[in-house]
Design a protein around this ligand. Structure first.
Ligand SMILES: Nc1ncnc2c1ncn2[C@@H]1O[C@H](COP(=O)(O)OP(=O)(O)OP(=O)(O)O)[C@@H](O)[C@H]1O
Length: 311
């Protein structure tokens, strides 16, 4: 499923599944223009499972649309498997599972996949993709009777028909309950073990952490962090100390060794630090601080700290 290209010295390199170079995308809104993507550089290798994590309006869907060839970058270039996105799509190398649409309620699950298969010259067997998507048991159920999670697994089965090298999922589990989400991801995970590249957009930090090999955090159309879930979490490895003091002096707290950030809200002070023991000791012995609470930061805090978006 992976392709290679040859360097001038004769050695072969694997072609990136996705390569975005300096991509921007602006939309005209009357006289104004909205910069949805503001200079994105990204390379995804074959077989990677990558989460595109970002708040509403970060530019995830706009970027996925460009990778799918549905729109073109305003500047910069988007390449899929070494070719223009539209060429990769035309060769059946890319499939997508979008959030809504595309299903006829009166058909059964199997009929939906069969009719979709009839649109292609050459596809994987219908029973095989139903099995991979974990919907063999509901193959004779009408689409109208399927839950949101089952409908998403049906879209996933349809996306597998062409045996794509790259699978794009735009917030695939929106609206699913915990069990539906778990079942959906175990289908994706099993399938990805065959070496398929998967890129999914999500708002859910835990989902990105749990199912992706790599998280690309985007905000305001730019990559703000790129790494494993553990690396992204380590960006927020510090602690938060919250306490009260009669007349807080933010500058004085900022000068305490080890303090990375200070927020003052009335008599309440919040300090961010990677050395909570030393800072706590200093607060309790050398200042009027009382009611001290120490909490660990999670991925949610990393997200807010890195993107500046308190959602
Ligand atoms: N066709 C369009 N015309 C004008 N503005 C657009 C268009 N498409 C997207 N935008 C704007 O571009 C920005 C990025 O939108 P995009 O849908 O890519 O974000 P997103 O990260 O996918 O958000 P969400 O998580 O809400 O789906 C937003 O400010 C959005 O309003």
């Amino acid at each position: 499923m992976t392709s290679t290209s040859t360097l001038p010295d004769g050695s072969a390199t694997r072609t990136a599944a996705v390569r975005l170079s300096g991509v921007t995308k602006s939309f005209a809104m009357g006289r104004e223009s909205v910069e949805a993507v503001r200079g994105l550089d990204l390379e995804i290798q074959p077989g990677e499972i990558v989460a595109f994590l970002g708040p509403n309006g970060a530019g995830k869907t706009t970027t996925i649309d460009m990778i799918l060839g549905l729109s073109r970058p305003t500047t910069g270039t988007a390449e899929v498997l070494g070719m223009a996105p539209r060429d990769a799509i035309a060769r059946g190398l890319v499939s997508a599972v979008m959030q809504t649409g595309g299903l006829l309620k009166d058909l059964t699950v199997r009929e939906t996949v069969e009719y979709t298969a009839a649109l292609f010259a050459d596809t994987r067997p219908v029973d095989e993709v139903l099995g991979d998507a974990g919907i063999t048991e509901i193959a004779d159920r009408k689409v109208a009777k399927c839950s949101g999670g089952e409908q998403q697994r049906l879209r996933f089965a349809m996306a597998l028909l062409s045996d794509p090298a790259l699978l794009l999922l735009d917030e695939p589990t929106t609206g699913m309950d915990v069990e539906g989400r778990r079942a959906f991801w175990s289908s994706i995970r099993r399938d990805a073990e065959t070496g398929r590249t998967v890129l999914f957009a999500t708002h859910y930090l835990e989902e990105a952490d749990q199912y992706a090999d790599r998280i690309v955090l985007i905000s305001h159309g730019k990559v703000v962090a790129d790494g494993t879930g553990a690396e992204i979490k380590s960006l927020a490895s510090g602690r938060t100390l919250r306490f009260t003091v009669p007349t807080p002096d933010a500058d004085a707290f900022a000068r305490i060794p080890g303090v990375d950030g200070v927020e003052v809200r009335g008599e309440t002070v919040i300090l961010h630090t990677k050395d909570s023991d030393a800072v706590a000791r200093h607060l309790l012995t050398s200042t009027d601080a009382r009611d001290l609470e120490i909490t660990a930061k999670g991925l949610e805090d990393a997200f807010i700290a890195l993107t500046g978006d308190a959602r």
